[in-house]
Design a protein around this ligand. Structure first.
Ligand code: CTP
Ligand code: MG
Length: 253
């Protein structure tokens, strides 16, 4: 009987511990915005290109700032960024919701890792971090809520992504079709990608060539959850993407 009540007591304590960790976990956003946007080829880094009435970075920033699910947003820009101050001058409503970190690195992975380290004192080990490209202005609050609702109880974390719809071809060196690749089970990764702070730091530290957070976590032998995103959350990458993003943002603000 005594043994039974001790076991029951320990199970209860463990359960309460798990519940309190889950309930006390906050959600933070971290936006890497330290790239140069070479492929778009604009006069300034693409995150500062005007799009449907405001600069590209401001679209994602406003969406996170308006979301009640997000405790605070960190934006990582390069150390010599000469645009972000002016970009925020007309957005006093963001001042207590957003912190700018001037610690961008040579790659997206480095920028994210530097940002996570710079925000160390403000984020708990078990808090969730939603990493989102500044170059995805089509993010909506509904997408953030859907990701958080689906992932908040997950042990690993997850990301927005879209099932691949096109028929895929593998090319040979002469740009001729070598093979048609099955698209079964293939998804195109988007952001936000949502992982707990300590796991994300550990994963990115050891995955030098990771191009997103999920692949760094995968390299640890873990399997992030895929959560269906939206075509309007595409990444502005090439010159014609600017007009496409503007169409989405004007048609469905
Ligand atoms: N990024 C970053 N630090 C880098 C490189 C990229 O913070 N050293 C950010 C970009 O600002 C962008 C996101 O990572 O928000 C996705 O990267 P990508 O679309 O490749 O942007 P760029 O690197 O700026 O574009 P490009 O590769 O065409 O130069
Ligand atoms: Mg790049």
């Amino acid at each position: 009987m005594a043994l039974f009540s001790t076991a029951l007591g320990s199970a209860l304590l463990l359960w309460c511990g798990i519940i309190s960790t889950m309930m006390s976990s906050r959600n933070f956003a971290l936006i890497p915005a330290a790239g140069v946007g070479a492929r778009v080829g604009a006069q300034c880094p693409k995150q500062y290109v005007p799009l449907a009435g405001k600069l590209m970075l401001l679209h994602a920033l406003d969406t996170f700032a308006e979301s009640t699910a997000i405790a605070h947003t960190f934006v990582v820009v390069s150390a010599d960024d000469g645009y972000v101050k002016d970009a925020l001058v007309h957005s006093p409503h963001l001042s207590d919701r957003v912190t700018i970190l001037y610690c961008g690195g040579a790659t997206r992975r480095e920028s994210v890792l530097n940002g996570l380290r710079a925000a160390r004192d403000r984020i708990g080990d078990d808090d969730w971090v939603l990493v989102h490209d500044a170059a995805r202005p089509g993010l909506t609050e509904a997408m953030i809520d859907h990701l958080i609702d689906t992932v908040r109880d997950d042990e690993v974390g997850g990301l927005l992504a879209l099932p691949v719809v096109d028929t895929l071809k593998r090319a040979d060196a002469g740009r001729r079709v070598e093979a048609t690749v099955s698209r079964d089970h293939l998804w195109a990764a988007q952001t936000p990608q949502m992982f707990r702070y300590s796991l994300l730091c550990k994963a990115l530290q050891s995955a030098e060539n990771a191009t997103d957070e999920a692949s760094a976590v995968e390299a640890m032998g873990l399997n992030p959850k895929l959560v269906e995103g939206s075509p309007r959350n595409f990444k502005v990458t090439l010159p014609h993407d600017v007009a496409l993003a503007e169409l989405y943002l004007k048609a469905m603000p």
